[in-house]
Design a protein around this ligand. Structure first.
Ligand SMILES: [Zn+2]
Length: 480
């Protein structure tokens, strides 16, 4: 997955993508990112995050190594680690390369650059890390280092250099922008039948959604006619494409990183991406390949650039995208951190939408809390989640709200009241982050259609408040 010569040419857009190697090192491989939401978007200006393509600033000091073997080229991004043995080797041809930036507190920081052929260590170089690494400074001299695999005539060449010192992205005065987030939209079954009868299941929530500048929801199904049902899942959801024009009326963007968008396999998933694009519905957390699945979707409104990222961490993991397979983004912590940091350099705000947590649990798990904090520490403006089929608690960490689960939105087949509670999160953001939030609670009927219940007090918060409170949402609230 590291080679740069495997990308397609379908969309003419080519980006550089950080891909986690499963530990602390990362690899930047070049992939074609494919076609993505071009053309007729009128109200949303969408830009792709092409990480590294035009970014001169980084969130943390980095070392970058370039590897060349034959016609293959790989870039490796190296971050400090206390565990050099946990750094994965990057395969390239017959070789593999391991670059560890060791800061374990027992000795001054150093770089250990190791080259292997098979399991054999054939070359190793150690270098001290300067106290203040100078941008562009080569490690071990400016020349390429060359390692031979004896008896084969093949060589690996590499050179490493420190990257520019970190710089913070400028604050903007853009916004405010009002975002509406909803939870699981399962457009097969009940809601699908409602649409087939010519009824719009979003209609009861229409006016609430219409107050927002951008409307975002989790698409908890695949929308396609192709594909093969996953034989190992008790519930699989595939909605008919007739649902898309209805979806488009109320949703600008959908999250795809969940445990059902892959129910009918990568062919159906890919068909859905094409249909969403044709319908001008933006998407994130999924793509034609791994690189696209991890790319932030950037929405620009009122001069404010908002990056959306999506991750699933509810099994099965086999729906995950690969370098040459369509699918979703999986939430490996280190990759999430990198994605957020990179998106932060291209956008004013970054909001990850998560698919996580224990089903039917009203409180977020320790894992959810830890990951939410990691994301905010990495630069996320807020964290919004779903999947448990119930709403969960809301908290504020470092002045940034975390809404762990919005619950179901369009979903039938549940009897319990907590499963039939739907939240719409109304988030007002500006250049400094979240200005205020208000949840609008709703009740889902037997057809899986949500009805707003503004008479129900629901979580609310304003910048500067220490705690989340409960408020009655105001339908007539003027646009900020
Ligand atoms: Zn789910």
């Amino acid at each position: 997955m590291w080679m740069n010569d495997r990308g397609g040419r379908e969309g003419g857009f080519e980006g550089l993508q950080d891909v986690a190697d499963g530990s602390r090192g990362t690899v930047r491989a070049r992939h074609a990112a494919g076609r993505f939401l071009m053309g007729r978007l009128i109200r949303i200006a969408v830009t792709l995050v092409a990480g590294g393509l035009c970014v001169a600033v980084r969130a943390a000091p980095l070392l970058e190594c370039e590897l060349v073997q034959g016609t293959s080229q790989v870039r490796v991004t190296v971050r400090p680690t206390s565990d050099p043995y946990g750094v994965s080797r990057v395969p390239i041809g017959r070789f593999s390369f391991q670059a560890a930036w060791v800061e374990d507190g027992t000795q001054p920081p150093y770089l250990k650059l190791s080259t292997y052929v098979g399991q054999d260590l054939v070359h190793q170089a150690l270098h001290a890390v300067p106290a203040v690494p100078e941008a562009g400074a080569p490690v071990g001299g400016a020349d390429w280092q060359r390692v031979l695999a004896s008896g084969t005539g093949q060589d690996l060449r590499y050179r490493c250099a420190f990257q520019a010192a970190p710089a913070s992205a400028p604050r903007t005065t853009g916004g405010p922008v009002r975002l509406a987030f909803v939870g699981d939209m399962q457009l097969d079954d009940g809601p699908g039948r409602v649409i087939r009868r010519g009824i719009d299941p979003f209609a009861p929530f229409k006016d609430w959604l219409a107050q927002a500048d951008v409307r975002i929801g989790n698409l908890e199904c695949v929308v396609a006619t192709s594909g093969v049902k996953d034989p190992f899942k008790p519930f699989t959801f595939r909605a008919h494409p007739r649902v898309l024009p209805v979806l488009r009326k109320h949703m600008d963007v959908v999250a795809l990183a969940n445990n059902h968008s892959g129910d009918f396999g990568p062919v159906a998933f890919s068909e859905m991406l094409d249909r969403l694009q044709a319908e001008d519905i933006g998407f994130f957390g999924g793509g034609k390949n791994l690189a696209q699945a991890h790319q932030a979707l950037i929405i620009e409104r009122q001069g404010l650039r908002i990056a959306l990222l999506g991750y699933n961490e509810f099994m099965p993991r086999r729906f995950e995208a690969a370098v040459d397979r369509p699918g979703i983004a999986w939430s490996d912590d280190e990759q999430v951190r990198l994605d957020i940091q990179r998106a932060r350099q291209q956008a004013d705000l970054v909001i990850p939408m998560m698919h996580w947590g224990q089903e039917h649990e009203p409180l977020a798990s320790e894992r959810q809390r830890a990951l939410a904090r990691l994301m905010i520490d990495a630069g996320a403006t807020a964290v919004v989640g779903g999947h448990p089929h119930v709403t969960q608690d809301v908290e504020v960490y470092r002045g940034r709200p975390i809404v762990y689960s919005l619950g179901n939105f369009l979903f039938d087949g549940f009897r319990d009241e907590d499963n039939n509670t739907a939240w719409m999160l109304d988030l007002t953001v500006d250049g400094e982050g979240v200005k205020q939030m208000q949840v609008v609670s709703g009740h889902i009927d037997r057809d899986g259609v949500p009805h707003p219940q503004p008479q129900v007090a629901a979580p609310c918060w304003k910048r500067g408040e220490a705690q989340v409170s409960a408020c009655l949402p105001q339908a007539s609230r003027a646009k900020p």
